[in-house]
Ligand binder design. Structure first.
Ligand code: HEC
Length: 245
């Protein structure tokens, strides 16, 4: 009985723990459009160019990218740099053991990252890298402190640095406000870079559930069908009962 009580108690606390582990940095809303095919295509291109060298997406086959409105030859010409065939999985060339030696951790598979982290976290994470000489890579991240991943898009975004301001919290204490400022501009402006990352996150969301668009479409067709049946059945019922009343 005592055991049961403590289990129930722990369950009641679970939401609090989840809340506490959330990052203190507010997340920006990812402006993604899951049905925008050109955005998804741009995201796929960024993904294979900048992410697939370290991260795999092992639940995804290249030829599935036909979903995004691409032909097989476009896929093999523009999106495959590993010499793989279009029917193969998006695996990574880097051996896991060596990756672990280089980074201290193996870069995780990104197939379902959008489901575990959520699009807003990803959108914020990919825009909040800053220079930090104390880390092995020379980079740090506002939403993922001491992440072992270097800022692979820095040539596009530029280099940000951290400014910490302390502010009165209104109760006699202080709290810190962390802000990033652009110390060295990259090849894209801030708005361009935000849009670039939004396309990438759009693609990561698609990776997490490639059938999502189709599921919505099927859902709509099913609802329309049921509605039509309702109208028909009602008309039929009226017809049958006409003489009774
Ligand atoms: C040079 C290798 C490398 C490249 C290229 C790279 N990453 Fe990473 N990434 C890592 C490593 C290593 C980690 C693990 C960080 C840690 O746990 O400290 C990581 C972690 C992540 C995480 C956090 C995963 C989690 O929830 O713990 C995300 C998201 C991510 N990477 C996305 C990307 C995206 C998107 C790209 C392409 C723009 C990319 N990465 C390119 C090495 C890389």
């Amino acid at each position: 009985m005592r055991n049961l009580k403590s289990i129930v108690f722990v369950f009641c606390l679970a939401p609090l723990v989840a809340f506490a582990s959330e990052s203190a940095v507010p997340l920006d809303t990812a402006p993604i459009k899951p049905r925008d095919m050109t955005s998804l295509q741009r995201g796929a291109k960024t993904f294979v160019n900048y992410c697939l060298s370290c991260h795999s997406a092992e639940f995804m086959r290249y030829n599935r990218l036909r979903d995004l409105g691409l032909t097989e030859s476009q896929i093999s010409e523009n999106l495959i740099f590993t010499g793989q065939k279009v029917g193969e999985l998006m695996t990574v060339a880097m051996p896991k053991k060596e990756a672990k030696q280089w980074f201290g951790v193996t870069p995780p598979d990104l197939s379902v990252i959008a489901r575990s982290r959520g699009p807003d976290w990803l959108y914020t994470y990919l825009r909040k890298f800053y220079r930090d000489d104390s880390t092995a890579t020379g980079w740090n991240n506002l939403v993922f402190d001491k992440a072992a991943m270097p800022h692979v898009l820095y040539e596009l975004q530029g280099e940000q640095v951290l400014n910490v301001k302390s502010e009165d919290d209104g109760h006699g204490g202080k709290h810190e406000i962390k802000e990033l400022t652009l110390a060295k501009p990259g090849s894209l402006s801030k708005t361009e870079y935000d849009a670039y990352v939004a396309d990438l996150v759009n693609f990561l969301v698609y990776l997490g559930e490639p059938a999502a668009n189709k599921r919505v479409q099927i859902g709509i067709v099913v609802m329309l069908f049921l509605f039509l049946m309702l109208v028909l059945t009602y008309a039929l019922k009226k017809e049958y009962w006409k003489d009774v009343h």
